[in-house]
Each structure stands twice: as C-alpha cells, then as structure tokens.
Design a protein around this ligand. Structure first.
Ligand SMILES: [Zn+2]
Length: 406
C-alpha cells in the first residue's frame, strides 16, 4: 500500500513526506472510490485528522470531491470521496502506422465521446495540423464536457525521456522527431507522449476496474501493426538509462527470418505482427511489397481471424504459426523478466480461443524454469481499447503519480 510510484511519467526527484502522503491519498481514492475519510485513514495507517488535512487540500484544488451515496440503516448519510471527473476531460490519441484513433475520455479513462479515426499522415507537419484541427473540432462540438486537461498520445516507437521527441518509430519512418511542442502550440493544451506498449502497461497498473490487484511484476504485449511491450518491475515501468528499454519486439528470434520494419531480419515483431500473419496467409512477404498489393490491402487481420473462426484452414494455419512464434518470444520474455502475469492486447486477442493452446505449448517449450511455464496470461479484448486507455492515463495519471519537485 505504500508503493507510490506506479506511474512515473515525470522523473521524480525528491519529494517531501507531505507530498508523498498526498499522492498516496489520491491513489487510494482513485483505486477505491467511493471511500470514506475513515477508511482512507485506515488504509494510510494515519490519524484521521492528518488525513483530513490532505483531503481538504485536494478538495480545494478540485481534484477530488466529497458526496453522499445512499444512507445507512440509522439514517445517517455517510460521505464518500471521489476523484472529480465531472468538469474536466482528456483526449486520448493512438497513432498507428495506417490510421490514427482518438477519443475524449473522463479523467479516469472512461470514454465520453465515441472513437474517431483518420488515415495517418506521415509527413509530420501535416500530421500535426490535421490531428490538432480534428481534436479542436471534437472539443468545440462537446463543450459540455468541460475543460480539457490535456492530450495523451501513444506512438508505435521509442520516445525520449522528456516525452517531447519520437526517437524512432520504424513503421512511420519517424526519426528523432519533435512532436510534443508543435502539438502543444497548435492545440494550446498540454500534451504527453509515450510508447504504446508502455502506456498500455501503465494504464493496466493504474486501472481502477476489477477487484483483483495488479501484481508488481507484469508485462503488457500489444500485438498489432507492430509489437509493443511494456515491462513493469516492482511496480515501476522499466525504462533503462536512455528510456529505450523493453524493446522486446526487436529481439532476434532468428539471424535471418523475415525483414523487420527496424531494418534488421528475424525480429520477434516480424514474426507476429498483423502483417506477418497476413503475409503467411497470402504466402509471400507483404512487407517487401510497396505499395501493398490490393488483395492484401482489402483483407484486414480482423477479416482473417473471422475466416479462421468460420473454418478457413489457410487463415487458421497463418494464425497458428503466429501463435507459435508468439509463445517462443513470450518464453524469452519470461526468462528475462519473470513476470507474475502477461497481458496480451491487440487484434490477435480476438483469435485467442484458436491460438491459446499453441501459444502455451511453445511458451512451455522454451521457459527454463517450471514456474515460468505457468505464468498467468490475461487477454485484453480490443473492445477495452487498451491503447487509448493508455493514452488517457498519460493525462490523468501525473496527478496520481510521483510528485515532481523542482
Ligand atoms: Zn526489428
């Protein structure tokens, strides 16, 4: 319960005990709302008076509010604390190589306005102006949602530690691209950018729903156009010295093997991405064919999965090969990180019933210790929008994360 830094979006320096207690209080209200002051004091193992001081300050700042929900049998109306999501919203953006998706959410990541998408423009200047104008349009159409607290963006690539530059997004062809500042200028709103696999892991860590606590050590694997991985160790995102750690998608499964978007051959991503599965279905490497051949452009991974469900042997075979490589890569991940749980998101989640046995078998084949063979795997359905939730968490989480002290 004393863990305070599940979402180290900003580099935390030294925090005072008061600030730490404030973050703990806020995290607890968020995770356990509705919660009474008395229960909060119990969770924090602090005197009620001391907790009330913190609570009052948070109410004054408009971050939480106190309200009644129902009555007790004695007729007294108990008051509970809630995160105040009533008058503020966030915009969540998921940039993918082909399309960019965005939605307006409340401050705990619940969608308020349906998802919109548009083809991703790779020329950065045009992309920034298109995204900004689309966001402004939606926000001005929905003024009832209140003030926009910020825009959270997930990208399929590496981001520098400050979150202002995209260091390398192979599938977009973006190298060392300054994205944050031009967007903030165009939007007039604070913007946060993070790698998509990592943001998914952070959102999972931060998730409010469900009774089961998220373990301290877990991995989120997002299988999509690419392969995004977020690794949480002891409740913190694995970042490494230069904020580029955790790129398991580019771990080599083979020296040769299919060409990867990063320029190398045989990366895990090149075996399990949606395009890899589609390539198997069509019997040739689609990554080598630009522009993509018409029949491949017409069939999406969702279509392929639907075909497999309807008994199409070729589609099923393509998915089963992907499953084998997915399991092999997961085994390396388990050997390297020893997580308590693996979350799998992305379109492939819809095919889980068809591939689970193969994924588990190949995972078992290569894990070195028996404990690793039984790692819990939780599939996150696409309808949960894990990437957009990750993007929303980038806006909301800093108020709950480690405090920044200048
Ligand atoms: Zn690669």
């Amino acid at each position: 319960m004393r863990r305070i830094d599940p979402n180290n979006f900003r580099v935390a320096t030294r925090a005072t005990p008061r600030q730490i207690n404030r973050q703990i209080a806020l995290s607890l209200v968020r995770a356990r709302q509705p919660i009474s002051r008395a229960d909060l004091a119990r969770w924090m193992n602090m005197r009620r008076g001391a907790v009330s001081l913190i609570v009052n300050a948070l109410i004054e700042e408009g971050i939480i509010f106190e309200g009644a929900t129902g009555e007790t049998s004695r007729g007294r109306k108990p008051k509970f604390l809630f995160v105040d999501t009533r008058s503020r919203c966030a915009v969540a953006v998921d940039i993918r190589p082909t399309r960019t998706y965005f939605m307006v959410t409340d401050l705990v990541g619940r969608p308020l306005v349906g998802i919109t998408s548009f083809p991703t423009e790779r020329e950065p200047k045009r992309f920034v102006s298109e995204l900004a104008s689309r966001i402004q349009h939606v926000l001005s159409d929905h003024e009832e949602l209140g003030e926009c607290a910020g825009v959270g963006i997930v990208v399929p690539g590496m981001v520098d530690r400050s979150g202002s530059r995209v260091l390398f997004a192979p599938r977009l062809g973006w190298h060392d691209l300054s994205l944050l500042e031009p967007l903030e200028v165009a939007l007039g709103l604070p913007v946060s950018i993070e790698n998509s696999g990592r943001a998914c892991a952070l959102a999972q860590l931060w998730a409010t729903r469900g009774g089961s606590a998220t373990p301290d050590d877990f991995v989120f694997v997002s299988v999509s156009d690419g392969l995004g991985v977020g690794v949480i160790v002891k409740g913190e995102l694995l970042r490494g010295q230069h904020n580029v750690a955790g790129e398991f998608g580019h771990m080599a499964l083979s020296i040769e093997g299919p060409r990867c978007a990063c320029g190398a051959n045989g990366c895990w991503e090149a075996y399990v991405s949606n395009l890899a599965t589609l390539s198997r279905y069509f019997g040739r490497d689609l990554t080598e064919e630009q522009p993509r051949p018409i029949e491949a452009a017409m069939l999406t991974i969702d279509d392929l999965i639907a075909l497999a469900h309807s008994g199409d042997a070729k589609a099923l075979g393509a998915l089963q090969s992907t499953a084998r490589y997915l399991g092999l890569g997961l085994a390396s991940l388990v050997n390297a990180v020893d997580p308590a749980r693996i979350y799998i998101g992305g379109e492939i989640a819809a095919a889980w019933d068809l591939i689970e046995v193969i994924v588990r078998t190949s995972l078992k084949e290569r894990t070195l210790r028996p404990v690793g063979r039984h790692v819990e795997i939780i599939v996150v359905p696409a309808s949960d929008y894990p990437r957009l939730k990750g993007a929303a968490a980038l806006v909301a989480a800093p108020s709950f994360a480690a405090p920044v002290v200048a």
